[in-house]
Design a binder for this molecule. Sequence first.
Ligand code: ADP
Ligand code: MG
Length: 416
Amino acid sequence: MNADTPVISMTPILPGSADAAGQRATLGVLGGGQLGRMFVHAAQRLGYFTAVLEPDAHSPAGRVSHYHIQTAYDDPAGLAQLAQLCQAITTEFENVPAQALQTLALTRPVAPGAAVVGIAQNRIEEKAHFTACVNVSGVSCAPFAVMETLAQLQAVQDERTDLLPGILKTARLGYDGKGQVSVQTAGELAAAWAELGHAACVLEKRLPLRAELSVLVARGWDGQVVSFAAQRNVHVEGILAVTHAYEGNLPPALATQARDAAVALVQHLGYVGVLCVEFFVVDDGSAHGSLVVNEMAPRPHNSGHYTLDACDVSQFDLQVRALAGLPLPEPRQHSPAIMLNLLGEVWLDGSGQPREPDWPAVLRLPGTHLHLYGKLEARAGRKMGHLTITGPDVAGVKTVARRAAALLGLPGLDVL
Ligand code: ADP
Ligand code: MG
């Protein structure tokens, strides 16, 4: 382990235990989306009570939790109630107010902490971390320039035309391709920045991508790190559509390099919890291409949902264990898997009218695992659920995935 990695002594919160007053061991989560829901499921399976702080009355996680505190994420009374109910608290969405995590951390273990979440929330700080770690991770990020002032805009237009064509990305609050504008020429840059409201941005060189992949890592309070193998991700219109998780999904040397880099990055952050690191495979003319680190998410990730059905411990199990100070076993994948994201379009016909997907036909296929998040309203682009296909061999998994995708009218069939 790295010398500058803080190690925190944490008394384990034992599953199913109760304090002297009879209050059951309870784990809390800020945010009520699908990631929170799957965290709650994993925590409850281990025997914990759960508490969710989320303003929406019908949230995926709030509806399945023992306690649902229905306030804004930064509401002092709501946060106080969460701290009072819980022995430790995590977060399920990236844009959680850092102040809320800081407030909770005054009285309770909070993982991941406000400082590291703050880094992952800001592309400028995130890239600074990647750059600072390049010697140990061995992987750099795409060439970029920070744009926060008119002088920086001018400097980029004058001196950094090597970054064009590029993508201007807001430093904060971007997700699923939102907060990004493609820029072809120096002339277009000013208009693109205005379109983004002159928010702090990074201009990133557009790279020729051969593939995208991600690695999920978990680190405990004691500094122990475990990880899943790299999975290959296919995005459609900026949103994850398909995850391929099986041997042979990527050139083995790149997969190993990505996993090692993700472990180095998590160690140097002194991070506690589950972290997802996303990478690009860039076409550099070599046989397999080279690795570039894109971004990281301070939580379990959509690309790790297959671990629920294809691994002996899932990313959510590891999130629970890391938070509670329990041992972190090295996860083992027991089946090849493909995950298909189910966006709102699956519930809408060609003219936008609601339709019910043919679930019996999908569930008749062998090795299909359906996860719906309990969202009441299907909207285009909204993540409603996912379908994981597992099986004894990769060819069979691909065949079933193609059939399921055809039944559901999913895009990206060509990549299966
Ligand atoms: P988000 O926070 O929306 O996930 P990303 O930075 O991951 O933002 O960008 C979304 C997608 O856009 C990526 O998954 C990739 O397909 C594409 N993309 C982003 N940056 C680049 C780049 N520098 N070169 C080529 N494609 C890119
Ligand atoms: Mg991304």
